[in-house]
Design a protein around this ligand. Structure first.
Ligand code: BG6
Length: 505
């Protein structure tokens, strides 16, 4: 049972006027407020360059809450109570004269509360601003208490292994590692956390969870959206940095990790990092057997015509950036030797769905007549991360009738039916963890570095050889043909994700 936090807390959002604060962070804080989970003495300070007063800032945030909160719109009375905790500071962190205003803010709150508050700094700013922001905080000396002051950093953490190491060197020169919260919002999703519960709170599947019974694993994170207003950022990042290096590899870790001894933050993170260490390094000469990139051209997504990526605002007209990436990974350890893990993610795919499919090996012997097994499929366990959250076990059953015919059927658990509740948004869980000082669901420096080590050879190769065939998949399709060949070479095919419950692939 979650209870209201007792520590007095000031949360400062750098990039307070930006999209992340508007769409995700403040709606999440608003929901925590509705659930009475924020500390009684709590303040949110948005910082950005733009000049505006508290009233204008609050009005802007309210629009975001009314559009994006899972409990929208906000009622006047509750919003006003929440808005009392919110203020705005116009400040330019690159200006060496800036800073005193923020220090004064802390003094004001802490004098009023008669206590040194926990100070949390959320860096919701472009990657190239992280270092100046951290240096600014160090210079003005507001983030010095290793136990009470925390820094939250959005992904991607660096652009590659070398820059991530450099960023770490700089940050850990200024702050203790325990103060640095590297956020990957997928780890806050209820269904992603449920992978841990499913695997380690049940004994049913664990004996089957290895190379003897599992044929292969598919992880799909498909989006219908393009790059929206983020063309400038995305064109420098691409799917590999934006999704694979973090979200998809983190999901893979949760599927493949060994049971932790406890839920201690370091223990869980140690087990995850072991998986990353065991992923077979990609050799440049075999790149095209294990990795595929793609970029969408114009097409129709969910009935609406969409422009190609190169026509999106903020994107270069001859951009070589990938909007789709697929991988075949092998994990070289005792449990997973020889089991392919296929990962794919892309923008402007036919539907928004994130799921993990575990494909079990076929039954060793088929005693049924050949006509009986025409629709036969191997057992499949589907962990549905979104939009419909739950777990499906697909088994074979006799179809009703006088003939003996087999067909696939689903046994399923759906969050919304089982618990009659809408799960919190990932950012609610993660912000509350930062407030509490629980880093279990955040990435440690070595995890981030390991993940870069895995994708670095691919980044280098893709950057050095421009794609000759972009755009190579129409918006609204399941990605480039090369992704089918990637997996067909092992005798597999991409499974149609379960879009509506009960729909069979
Ligand atoms: C973000 C990426 O981390 O995750 C976005 O930067 C992507 O490009 C988003 O759209 C997807 O998150 P979700 O929670 O909608 O699956």
């Amino acid at each position: 049972m979650l209870t209201q936090q007792s520590d007095s807390t000031v949360l400062v959002i750098f990039g307070g006027g930006g999209d992340l604060a508007w769409r995700k962070l403040v709606p999440a804080l608003f929901n925590l407020h509705l659930d009475n989970l924020l500390p009684q003495r709590f303040a949110i300070v948005g910082i950005a360059r733009k000049q505006r007063n508290d009233t204008e800032f609050r009005q802007h945030l309210r629009e975001g809450v009314d559009l994006f909160s899972r409990r929208k719109p906000a009622t006047e009375e509750i919003w006003n109570r929440f808005a009392d905790h919110v203020s705005y500071l116009s400040d330019d962190i690159t200006d060496s004269a800036s800073g005193p205003a923020l220090s004064r803010k802390f003094e004001e709150f802490e004098q009023a509360w008669s206590v040194r508050a926990n100070r949390l700094f959320y860096l919701a700013i472009p990657p190239d601003m992280l270092e100046p922001a951290a240096a600014h905080l160090q210079r003005i000396g507001v983030c010095r208490d290793c136990t009470r002051d925390r820094l939250v950093i959005e992904k991607p953490f660096g652009r590659n292994l070398a820059s991530a190491r450099e960023l770490d060197r700089i940050l850990t020169g200024m702050f203790a590692e325990s103060q640095i919260y590297r956020i990957d919002h997928y780890l806050g999703k209820e269904t992603v956390q449920n992978i841990l519960a499913f695997r380690f709170a049940n004994s049913l599947y664990e004996p089957l969870w290895d190379r003897r019974y599992i044929d292969h694993v598919q992880i799909t994170v498909a989006e219908t959206v393009g790059v929206e207003e983020r063309g400038g950022y995305y064109d420098q990042a691409g799917a590999l940095r934006d999704m694979v290096q973090n979200h998809l590899l983190q999901i893979l870790c949760l599927i493949a990790m060994e049971p932790p001894v406890s839920f201690d933050a370091d223990e869980v993170r140690n087990k995850k990092v072991d998986v990353l260490h065991a992923i077979r390094p990609i050799r440049p000469e075999e790149l095209h057997h294990v990795a595929v990139r793609g970029q969408y051209g114009h097409g129709i997504v969910e009935g609406t015509a969409r422009p190609g990526y190169r026509n999106e605002p903020g994107v270069a007209p001859d951009s070589p950036t990938e909007t789709y990436a697929a991988f075949k990974f092998f994990i070289d350890n005792w449990r997973w030797q020889g089991v392919p893990f296929y990962l794919r993610t892309g923008k402007r795919l036919p539907t928004k769905v994130s799921e993990v499919s575990i494909l079990f090996r076929p039954a060793p012997h088929q005693p049924f007549p050949s006509a009986a097994v025409e629709n036969w499929q191997t057992n499949r366990l589907i962990i549905r991360i979104q939009p419909e959250e739950g777990i499906i076990t697909r088994i074979q059953a006799k179809q009703p009738g006088t003939r003996f015919l087999l067909g696939p059927v689903d046994m399923q658990f759906r969050y919304r039916d089982a618990f009659m509740a809408v799960p919190p948004e990932a950012y609610e869980t993660l912000l509350l963890d930062v407030i509490k000082g629980d880093a279990t669901l955040f990435m440690r420096a070595d995890q981030v570095e390991c993940a870069w080590k895995i994708v670095d050879p691919v980044l280098e190769a893709w950057e050095s050889i421009p794609p000759g065939d972009f755009p190579d998949y129409p918006a609204g399709s399941w990605g480039p043909e090369a992704a089918d060949h990637l997996i067909a070479s092992e005798g597999h095919h991409w499974l149609q994700p379960v879009i509506k419950t009960g729909e069979n692939a």
